[in-house]
Ligand binder design. Sequence first.
Ligand code: FMN
Length: 279
Amino acid sequence: MKYSSRLEKSINSKKFVTGRGLELSSKLIKKLDQAFKNKMINNQILFSLVVLKKYVFLQTNNTDKNTKLLNEYKLFLKKNKLNEATINDYKSRKLPYNKTKNIKSFSELNKLRRSVRYFSTKKVNLKDIYKALEISQNTPSVCNRQGWKVFLFNKKKDIDFFRTIHKGFSDKKNQPLNCLILITFNKNFFEYPIERNQGYTDSGLFSMSLVYALADMGYATCTLNINNLTHKNEYLLRKRFSISKNLSLVMFIAVGHYLKLNITPVSVKNKVKDFVIKK
Ligand SMILES: Cc1cc2nc3c(=O)[nH]c(=O)nc-3n(C[C@H](O)[C@H](O)[C@H](O)COP(=O)(O)O)c2cc1C
């Protein structure tokens, strides 16, 4: 559920911001209300309920006491005959920082990879990034085009600029960041209109390889949206780093070292039966 995933990030912020996400929580309550009314209860719905309970607790157990949210939440529970005491308590995921390096099996690595939004201040070694990029070069791409182009940033002034155009790592005090990757692809590598989406597919696969390569090397990462850049911010980004119009922007990847104690959202995953259609 898109709303609960964003509320979950908010719950796991180092500094919970009262008042943030209220509009989203209202939308989530409406969606949950519909789901319960239509008896469409699944894993994600039940987990969203757990997230909502925690979010409402955090928003209402402080001096600002958000009574509007509390009333909305209580009404929703009442309407759907839900007893709050039977909803599980939310527990963040704790990532073991020292167990992620050079794991022998892919399934173990895959279990441990999570988007991490709070890194330590330790510098990322660029040699490691180049090594991870080399590993990622093994990614399949249409007709082996390898259309991706990657920008690497590790200068403080560039990271500070990034924080002004993207909300992902905007909390300068609590979210140290010293290495950022921008994935793009060259449109000229593809035929238009037939291959217009291929660059995104190939670069998406490449990005995933890179994230796993970095995870295998013991780095924490967070993939970050390009779509929430305003036109003005995209213009400023392109201008500052001379990114030509031939290059389509795909995503950012923030890279850093784990903290000793890493708290992340649970980010519950769907069950296979929820997305597989066997014919
Ligand atoms: C293309 C892409 C863009 C994303 N953008 C953001 C973002 O802007 N901010 C953020 O905090 N997380 C972002 N994420 C991370 C997702 O929120 C995260 O992958 C999802 O919640 C699942 O959690 P997990 O990665 O820990 O399994 C993005 C992920 C992808 C693949």
